[in-house]
Design a protein around this ligand. Structure first.
Ligand code: NCD
Ligand code: ZN
Length: 374
């Protein structure tokens, strides 16, 4: 709006509309991610419902969970929590009506049973929930999908592509009015599904799937902190994701899938799936978009497309990122343990030092001229 593309490409400071993260795991109980000391860079979190021991399968649980998270907020924390409902084989259309009426549930989450962390109570066959999905379409309640097949005979690297062909394409054909978000897309088939889908098909992309391919996980020793689901794929798939981001598709948006697990539960014989990126994710996206030659697409991806897809107002405040050298912490406290973030201990020469606040026009002009002076 105020900045030419040239300015953005050479910026040392970057101001963008305040972003939203449409896929976050905050956990529960002792391991809840503490937002008490963090002034979140994001304005809104779409909060995933796969908490233990009681996944958020009912509206009553969603209301109670939201209160538990908010009880940990610092007083000036203005983060808004958009809750989700965990679909099971037993979810009823009545519960969807209740979810819509609650005003706090913004989407339902479809986990194929057993596909990922804490998905044991998920749906065993999509046809079991068709009545529920029809009700969602009617009420314009979006469906967030973990898009992986669970048939044990399917290779783990093919599970997303298989799911696109056998579940997502038929689902979209059967229920074209249902808003579908294919979450954390990792393959060219996922990209094609979203880009070719109509106005009711959206997708999110994580930082790790834009930054890494499967070599990162497996070459030179198994590195458990790069293990997440869907698993990192071949380079050609990562390139497809980068191209999708460059395309500026308005239905692609930010969802970190930041999924903390205690260090010892990742560095062990049967390590949990999930990468933790919450406190450096916007910096990572900025770095990725810049390296990918599309920094001018960052603001729409991070701060506009998601809100637009969900039919929410865009945020009215802005954040500023400054390019400088900074070191990612080795870990963060997490319950009785610690969680190791992506890029732990690495020195980044990239955007860091977030701040957020209202954006008076004067200040923006000052920031812009300061940049142009450089
Ligand atoms: C997530 C988690 O740990 O809850 N793990 C992951 O690898 N992404 C679940 C999920 O989103 O699949
Ligand atoms: Zn997730």
């Amino acid at each position: 709006l105020f900045c030419s593309q040239d300015y953005l490409m050479s910026a040392t400071r970057l101001r963008i509309r305040r972003p939203d993260d449409f896929h976050v795991h905050l956990r529960d109980g002792k391991s809840m991610v503490s937002l008490a000391r963090v002034n979140p860079v994001y304005k809104r979190f779409l909060v995933m419902p796969n908490v233990m021991p009681n996944p958020i399968t009912t509206v009553d649980r969603a209301i109670a969970y939201k209160k538990r998270i908010e009880a940990e907020f610092a007083p000036d924390n203005d983060l808004q929590l958009l809750m989700t409902l965990y679909l099971t084989d037993h979810t009823t259309p009545e519960e969807i009506v209740k979810a819509k009426e609650s005003g706090i549930v913004y989407a339902c989450k479809y986990y194929p049973a057993g596909a990922t962390t804490n998905s044991e109570n998920g749906v065993t066959d999509i046809h079991n929930v068709y009545d529920v999905l029809k009700k969602m379409a009617e009420l314009k309640m979006p469906l967030c999908i973990h898009g992986e097949a669970t048939d044990p005979s399917i290779d783990i690297f093919d599970r997303e592509a298989y799911f696109v062909e056998h579940t997502l394409i038929p689902l979209h054909a059967d229920l074209p009015d249902l808003k579908i978000i294919m979450e954390h897309i990792t393959t060219k088939q996922g990209v094609e599904f979203v880009l070719n889908g109509g106005e009711n098909v959206g997708g999110t992309i994580t930082p790790q799937h834009l930054m890494y391919n499967r070599n990162q996980l497996l070459v030179g020793g198994i590195k458990p902190h790069f293990y997440c689901l869907p698993i990192l794929k071949r380079e050609e798939h990562r390139q497809a994701l980068l191209a999708a981001v460059r395309s500026g598709c308005k239905r692609l948006f930010l969802g970190t899938d930041s999924a903390p697990h205690a260090k010892e539960r990742k560095e062990c014989e049967k390590g949990c799936a999930g990468c933790f990126s919450e406190f450096l994710s916007i910096e990572l996206y900025a770095e990725i978009f810049e390296a990918n030659g599309c920094l001018d697409k960052l603001e729409a991806f991070a701060s506009e497309n998601g809100a637009d897809f969900y039919g929410l107002p865009r945020n009215e405040d802005f954040i500023e990122l400054e390019k400088k050298e900074w070191t990612v912490p080795e870990n963060y406290t997490f319950g009785d343990s610690v969680v190791v973030p992506l890029k732990a201990g690495e020195v980044l020469k990239t955007y860091g030092g977030k701040s957020s606040g209202p954006e008076p026009l004067m200040e923006l002009h000052r920031a812009l001229s300061a940049c142009l002076d450089k």
